[in-house]
Design a binder for this molecule. Structure first.
Ligand code: F0G
Length: 385
């Protein structure tokens, strides 16, 4: 599989004949199906013969968050809680599609780099599909619950000395050299096709209306790009008549896209040593930065940064005021919302959806002490150096 345009090196994107799709789309048919992302089957590029690898992803709650709304002086605030997905994050939306596609094209093995959630998700879907799986993770920097899932599902886990960006470079190299291994990071356009359904679901849950504002944590920037693609498609399919402003939130110590946005630069400057307590978004060289900047620009949205203290406070607020336990990266959307309100960038009467991308049970793991490990499925912990 190729992921980049051989000429301009931009990431590939899946497009459809939207006029034809608009004439065939049937929201009554959607509603007659169970509330899951496969409700939108005709909008996902999977052929009728493909075996769909599913664990019951999507169909997550859009929780009215009245307590937090009161605290912030807002009228309409909702949290889309992606921690309700089978492995605890929105990544499952992408994996059900990309792993099904990998089976369709005859892949035997799948691989990804990850700050944790992608590896947990891919390991589960690969297990379900009967595919071998290798995940590359930054040593000592991923949540315990995420690593536990990858081990439980029998993935080969390679801990990389370095950060997510180093792991992604290695994963790309590995899959370029071994054509039989399919790369499952969000540079894979089928991941984006699954993740765009987050937008479909939000509109579906609002009776085919779009909210005014979506606030979403940004790391490698696949998700904000996917959600925006979803909203753009809903317009092309004539299901909604306006799109929301897309607001991306990055952690202060890992904010190349937010910095470029604020400085009005058209290119990002890579952050060599990204640092934040929100390990899931500890990324300095996001692969989908161009798409993210485009989403923010085209939707007249914004990018903002939040400190680790603001993230932890928001995590606590969401847990204590709304009963939702989200991981730090996920809480950055609510932390960012507070900042945007302080700057009057959001009107208090607007309808706002904060995406809480992953479950809080994915606790951070204490690092074992400078050793690199390779966990192989059958032999447990095999290699130390
Ligand atoms: N929130 C959580 C909980 C995440 O795990 C991630 C990304 C993001 C937000 C950011 O999404 O990368 O599409 O902008 N986690 C990836 C991983 C990088 O490997 O699990 P993004």
């Amino acid at each position: 599989m190729i992921y980049e345009c051989p000429r301009c090196h931009d990431l590939l994107e899946i497009r459809y004949d939207y006029e034809r799709m608009a004439s065939q789309v049937d929201t009554k048919l959607w509603r007659s199906r169970p509330f899951s992302l496969w409700r939108y089957l005709e909008q996902i590029p999977i052929s009728g013969e493909t075996r769909i690898v599913t664990l019951g992803e999507g169909g997550t709650g859009l929780h009215k968050s009245e307590n937090l709304a009161d605290d912030l002086g807002l009228n309409k605030l909702r949290i889309k809680f992606e921690g309700e997905n089978p492995t605890g994050s929105f990544k499952d939306r992408g994996m059900t599609v990309s792993v099904s596609k990998a089976l369709e094209v005859g892949a035997r093995m799948v691989a990804c780099a990850s700050t944790g959630n992608t590896s947990a998700s891919l390991s589960a879907y690969a297990a379900r599909a009967g595919l071998r799986c290798v995940v590359l993770i930054p040593a000592g920097k991923i949540g315990q619950g995420k690593l536990a899932q990858a081990i439980a599902h029998g993935a080969t886990i390679l801990e990389i000395e370095g950060n997510f960006d180093d792991a992604l470079r290695s994963a790309i190299e590995l899959t370029k050299r071994n054509k039989s291994i399919a790369l499952m990071n969000s540079v894979n356009p089928f991941r984006i096709e699954g993740q765009k359904t987050l937008a479909f679901e939000i509109c579906d849950q609002l009776d085919f209306r779009s909210p005014d504002v979506i606030v979403v944590p940004v790391g490698n920037a696949g998700n904000i790009s996917a959600i925006w693609k979803g909203f753009e498609e809903l317009i092309k399919l004539r299901i909604i008549d306006k799109v929301p402003r897309m607001i991306g939130i990055q952690a202060e110590g890992a904010a190349p896209i937010a910095s470029a946005y604020k400085q009005k630069n058209s290119e990002i400057q890579i952050v060599q040593r990204p640092e934040t307590i929100a390990t899931a978004i500890r990324i300095g060289a996001p692969a989908s930065w161009k798409k993210a900047l485009r989403a923010v620009r085209d939707s007249q949205g914004a990018m903002e940064t939040v400190s680790d203290e603001e993230i932890l406070q928001a995590q606590k607020d969401i847990a204590r005021r709304e009963g939702l336990f989200v991981e730090p990266a996920s809480a950055s959307s609510v932390a960012g919302l507070k900042k945007l309100l302080e700057q009057d960038l959001i009107d208090r009467d607007e309808e706002i959806v904060c995406v809480a991308t992953g479950h809080g049970l994915h606790r951070h793991r204490r690092h074992a002490g400078g050793k690199l490990h390779c966990h192989l499925p059958d032999s447990g912990l095999l290699l130390c150096c």
